[in-house]
Design a protein around this ligand. Structure first.
Ligand code: NAP
Length: 301
């Protein structure tokens, strides 16, 4: 049976999540993908957004653009608000006018990290810094301007591109004998490709008539710390490369000062996305093995 592909327009398409979603969806004949990077669509310019939607007439818009460094957001709070809140509003307003559903990515940093058992979608938000505040305001703007939205909060993204913990760990492990990893902050790493799988599964169900708008949590399965994740990255990479690092020391967050305060437990509970869409958490460790294998150009089946 012939069907028209579902057209998805992706903003910030050169970033970690944007490129992973674009590359994954491009392999699926269900979709026609319009990946737009910052040069092709600056999301801070409302007229450019309207023009892009008029031109491409997508079935869904996925907003992956943003300022995603918590430390940079502390230094440049106005820029964080512009990119994470104002831009989300611009996109939601344009989508609202044309009745195009919108997928917005958000973050565990909307929470203060004091719930040791983790957060559900209805738990109280209380960002600790400029990044979380700007992302929370972005969520509220999307909710106000485009009721047909899906907001997916995720955490600790890693992938084969961009500024992420996996790639930074590999660089450090090549250059240093000794590395440090914070061992008292808990969270769940999430492969950008696993997140792409989730976004695609959600859109497929929406396209088949599911009316399940709202906020969802998704992150990789298994809670760890930065220290634990660092160990896992190095162990996986050692299968392919003789790294310089010979010791990883666990440190307390209080001894590892950063510009932005970070939530101490940013575990996202993912029961809602399982109950509503049937999407199960995938273990981040298997995704890490796969990405490291690809990083070193090895293909094993
Ligand atoms: N990274 C994480 O660990 C993490 C964790 C939880 C949630 N999230 C959420 O996931 C989403 C995506 O994160 P990510 O890691 O994929 O981010 P990313 O790799 O930093 O990608 C963001 C993209 O946005 C683009 N961009 C910046 N300004 C723009 C503008 N004015 N117009 C259009 N595009 C612009 C950037 O382009 P340039 O590079 O050219 O500036 C970049 O390609 C965000 O909503 C974030 O809050 C991320």
């Amino acid at each position: 049976m012939q069907f028209d592909p579902v057209k998805i327009l992706i903003t910030g398409a050169d970033g970690q999540s944007g490129s992973a979603i674009a590359r994954t969806a491009e392999l699926d004949s269900f979709f026609e993908v319009i990946p737009l990077n910052r040069k092709q669509l600056d999301v801070t310019q409302p007229d450019k957004i309207v023009a892009a939607l008029d031109r491409y007439l997508p079935d869904y818009v996925i907003n992956c653009a943003g300022l995603n460094s918590a430390d940079r957001a502390e230094r440049e709070p106005h820029k964080a608000m512009l990119l994470n809140a104002e831009a989300a509003k611009n996109i939601a307003a344009a989508c609202g006018d044309l009745s195009i559903p919108m997928i917005q990515l958000s973050t565990d940093y909307v929470f203060d990290g004091h719930y040791a058992s983790g957060y559900t979608e209805v738990d109280e938000t209380r960002p600790l810094g400029a990044y979380g505040e700007s992302k929370l305001q972005g969520e509220l703007n999307v909710q106000q301007f485009m009721p047909r939205h899906i907001i997916i909060r995720t955490s600790w993204l890693f992938s084969d591109r961009g500024n992420n913990f996996m790639l930074r760990t590999l660089e450090e492990a090549r250059e240093n004998n000794l590395m440090y990893g914070v061992d008292d902050r808990r969270g769940c790493p999430t492969s950008a490709f696993d997140l792409a799988r989730v976004v695609i599964a959600v859109i497929k169900q929406l396209s088949c008539g599911a009316e399940a708008w709202g906020v969802y949590h998704y992150c990789g399965a298994e809670v760890t710390t930065r220290y634990g994740f660092c160990e896992a990255v190095i162990a996986a990479a050692r299968q392919y490369e003789d790294l310089k690092v010979d010791e990883i020391k666990p440190v307390a967050a209080k001894d590892f000062v950063t510009e932005a305060e970070r939530p101490s437990t940013s575990v996202l509970k993912c029961n809602k996305i399982l109950n509503v869409f049937g999407i199960r958490q995938r273990p981040w460790r298997s995704e890490l093995q796969r990405l490291i294998r690809e990083y070193y150009g090895q293909v094993r089946y």
